[in-house]
Design a protein around this ligand. Structure first.
Ligand code: HAX
Length: 436
């Protein structure tokens, strides 16, 4: 058994009694209250999900296993001469909470390589999809097409499945999926946008390095990929993609069904598609300006026109965060180091100075500050990935790391099928004391 799986088993066995005790002795203790605004308003802030993989503080932002983004990037093993950690090391860390040694990280790198080859039927499926298919629809379809390989589903149907061992099957499916999806994403990209010239995987490369290679993008894109996938991996459990994946898996659907569903949620413009929308909005501004550098006054007018037309400003606002997203800050630091004079980065920088005041003055958005999506497309654009229809797929590869770690732990701790209760409008009116 691999070091990762063995370590995970140990962590799971240590953790189980904590959940069992809470559930047995304290299940009646109240966690919070729910008001009518929350019932109507997307269950905002209701504390009803449980995860130890990451926690999102409204002011501080995300912590992975208790560590800030900066600490995470700093402490994990990196390929020689690179600035960002192995994605495989991050996967080890998310699953176990332990920082792997270089040898442990490399063991996961080798394990992923062995599982990486794409089945021919996935390629056939992608090639048979209508040429107008969005890359996210292709990505989701490719993931669910592999369901017939699910170790979890097979174990369930053969009766080998117990509450105690079910995490092992989820883990195997998650390893298989994670090792393959970067190649699936690259295949979609090359087929759709690069004259169908496909680049084979390089068996000498780690996940980030091989992704850059199969995309046909030179260094430092390998490091961009590592940074991007890690930053986009997890944002606790309430966001649409994470919650959907967890919800579907709670019915004991396997990881292929669950992740594909989560990816479909990520495809929405209020969630992952915002990074594509930011780029498209910026390019529109650039075109309208005809190459003239905008002043803050000009940029303000574009922002106000967008709001007056009834649209949101993509890349700003957040359901939980109440300050600038540290994932934005991390990417901004990358831009300041690697592309300080880039034209689009200058636009993003100007937006940072212009948008929050406007959103505050409008008085609607609870958080006027930029989120992860405001900055990410600019980096991709700079390194030559200019087909922004593809950006959400990149987000999907990253997000898979977090949600697959979560559903592996869901099974380890035996979390129940999710089933919140609904009410009718009449019931809410009664609770509110309204008479019709
Ligand atoms: N531009 C204009 N209006 C905005 C806004 C923005 N960027 N952010 C919020 N608002 C508006 C909302 O549309 C809402 O208006 P209505 O009352 O008329 O419906 C009001 O302000 C209150 O919204 P909120 O409570 O502050 O925000 P929500 O929790 O409802 O929504 C969103 C959070 C991220 C969806 C929202 O801020 C938004 O639409 N932002 C732009 C899209 C975006 O960047 N999405 C990516 C978010 C990060 C992410 O999940 N990435 O995957």
């Amino acid at each position: 058994m691999s070091t990762l799986k063995e370590r995970l088993r140990k962590k799971i066995e240590e953790h189980r009694p904590r959940i069992a005790r809470l559930n047995k002795e304290f299940s009646e203790v109240k966690v919070g209250e729910v008001n009518i605004g929350q019932v109507i308003g997307g269950a905002r802030d209701i504390k009803m999900l449980l995860t130890d993989i990451s926690y999102l503080d409204p002011i501080e932002g995300i912590r992975f296993r208790g560590k800030t983004i900066e600490e995470t990037m700093e402490m994990l093993p990196k390929p020689e001469g690179k600035d960002y950690p192995y994605v495989e090391a991050f996967w080890f860390f998310l699953l176990t909470g332990d920082v792997p040694t270089m040898a442990e990280a490399l063991e996961v790198v080798e394990d992923f390589k062995k599982r990486r080859a794409l089945p021919q039927y996935v390629i056939h499926l992608l090639r048979d999809m209508p040429c107008g298919s969005h890359p996210m629809a292709m990505f989701s379809a490719a993931i669910v097409s592999m369901q017939q390989e699910s170790v979890f589903a097979k174990a369930y149907s053969k009766g080998e499945f117990t509450k105690t061992n079910s995490w092992e099957f989820m883990y195997e499916d998650s390893m298989n999926i994670l090792s393959r999806i970067p190649s699936i994403a690259a295949y979609i990209y090359r087929m759709k946008f690069k004259s169908d010239i496909i680049i084979e995987a390089d068996p000498n490369l780690d996940l980030g390095g091989n992704f850059a290679h199969q995309m046909g993008l030179d260094a430092p894109y390998d490091d961009v990929a590592r940074m991007y996938f890690i930053l986009h991996s997890d944002h606790e459990s309430g966001n649409v993609s994470a919650h959907t994946t967890h919800l579907v898996a709670s019915a004991l659907s396997d990881a292929y069904y669950a992740l594909s569903a989560g990816i479909n949620g990520l495809a929405g413009p209020l969630h992952g598609l915002a990074n594509q929308e930011v780029l498209s909005w910026l390019l529109d501004v650039r075109e309208k300006l005809g190459g003239v550098k905008p002043t803050e006054e000009v940029m303000k007018k574009f922002v106000l026109d967008t709001l007056d037309a009834g649209h949101v400003i993509p890349g700003f606002g957040h359901a939980v965060l109440r300050k600038t997203d540290p994932r934005y800050t991390s990417q901004r630091e990358f831009c300041l180091k690697h592309l300080p004079n880039d034209e689009l980065f200058a636009y993003v920088d100007m937006l940072y100075h212009v948008v929050p005041d406007i959103l505050l003055a409008k008085g609607k958005a609870k958080n006027p500050w930029p989120n992860v999506d405001a900055q990410s497309g600019v980096i991709q654009w700079f390194y030559g990935l200019r087909e922004f229809d593809f950006y959400t797929v990149l987000f999907g590869v990253g997000r898979a790391i977090g949600v697959l770690a979560n559903i592996t732990w869901d099974r380890a701790l035996g979390y129940s099928i999710e089933r919140p209760k609904s009410v009718t409008t009449e019931m809410l009116e009664e609770i509110a004391g309204i008479k019709n």
